[in-house]
Design a protein around this ligand. Sequence first.
Ligand code: FAD
Ligand code: SIN
Length: 551
Amino acid sequence: MAHVVIIGSGIAGLFTACKLADAGHEVTVVTKQRPKDSSTNWAQGGIAAILDKTNEDGMESHVQDTLKSGDGACDEDVVRSIISEAGERIVDLINIGVEFEKHKDGTYALIREGGHSTERILHAKDATGREIERALTSYADSHANIAMKPNTLAIDLIQRRHGQPSQGVAGVWCLDQDTQEVLTLEADAVILATGGVGQLWKETTNPSVATGDGLAMAYRTGACIKNMAFIQFHPTALFSPAERPFLISEAVRGVGAVLLDDLGLEAWKAACEDAKSADEEPPSPNPYSFTLRYTPDGSLATRDIVARAIDQQMKKHGTSCVYLITSHLDLPFSKKFPNISRRLEQEGLVLGKDPIPVVPAAHYMVGGVRVDNIGRAFLRDTESPVPHLYAIGEVACTGMHGANRLASNSLLEAVVFAERVAQHLILNPPNTYEGNHPAWRSEGLDALREHGPIINDRTSLVRTMSEEVGIVRSNQRLKRAKRRVDLLQSDVEMMWKTSVPTREIVELRNLCLIGQLVVENALSQSENRGLHYNVDLITDDKREPEPSASG
Ligand code: FAD
Ligand code: SIN
């Protein structure tokens, strides 16, 4: 039986681990903090899926919404195949113990999010990811074939022949954060399931573990990285200057919440007052939404469009947020969205009553390690895979999301590719590498005496990415970002070569590399598509409509 090392304990890593372990393979799951510390655990809205394979119209409509959201850049075959496998993977999740919400008659309760033309998202209230993570960790914990290694930070992949990526990988070096020792973990196959890189931006919905480590490791091993310009900013993170951004799920807009800017809010409030004086019903906030001046889909358009509209509106008005309006809806908000309601209460806000201040925040890495349809990582500049290396979940770029991911398609893509990698390895068990595994270079390294410079460099990197490589870009800003990130990267690489590894320097090294990959890919784009929007590339047909005078 093969021994597989999986890096990451979100939906992608744990689902693969469970499937491989059930088939008798030995799996080690390496994870940076506690097993549940992942974006998966924070997922709110849900997982998009058509359960019934005979529902061809439903499936076609999910395909069309995904293609539209991807702005012409999706791989349609990949989209179709993922959507057609969705129902079976949901059944797998349910068998593992995930409880999705149901109606009283036993049918699944479906919700809607931005870019979806109908309700098709399975969920567990507003904390779907927590329920998925609970079920998967509990299944994995009780499995004799799965060894979970928490507090273990993967640093770099071990190549079967050093400097020859085409020979493939043989394991991974990890930092045991309890002992500060570097471990050499041998593996017949390594699966990267390390998630995204939200921590490269100041405002992010992502947990602290999202520093793009797997992507950076894959790049250093010679893997091909794709589409890094497409960073998704979620339109509605709670604006709370003292706290980290907290996601207000798109499902809230799915039930009818509307985005208003400061002027729209004022105008709508005045109209409500007028209606009250005339003893009439208050007007809907919808016609007062600036989003309608950017897209007929208004507040429920795809994320690229809504986030950009908010960004432009905030810049025009010099404001720090826009508002999510829910008071016109007669819904049991605290029952439907208990998690969000509780968090808002801490800010003195009531969902269903108060305007909720929101801003866009970095949310999802659309690009990643280029993989084929069984999750094999590709070598750069070739059409061949890196032997024994797989990438799944957010770290991978499968072609499904094109230039902008449709809401709730991430958990779906992750679980479908997790199954494909598991089945591939079950049917084609990898051979064991019999050669020597090189030990970690430990000679002549100095313990870093202070972490001050690393913290400063990280702050400076994150500031550069946030200020220069955000939702709306320009050539000048991207070039400035390139100069700064290149300088930081070479400084950090120098420090890295002579230092004993610590989590701080490992993450900073990876973040710098990914910053470079994002900026270089953004500079290489010749058109505005999906999430990439450079004012110097605007052509008339891609120009965002100017808001009218009232905007
Ligand atoms: P993750 O769940 O992020 O797991 C990555 C794992 O890798 C973690 O365990 C981490 O600790 C580990 N790791 C990283 N680096 C290392 C290292 N060097 N060494 C060891 N371990 C490492 N998508 C949807 O489809 N629907 C939603 O409703 C939804 N809501 C979201 C809400 C929020 C707030 C966020 C942040 C994202 C949301 N997404 C949603 C996106 C989705 O949650 C993620 O894309 C998905 O969970 C990624 O799963 P994953 O398994 O690839 O990675
Ligand atoms: C949300 O609930 O708004 C997040 C959904 C997603 O990222 O797919």
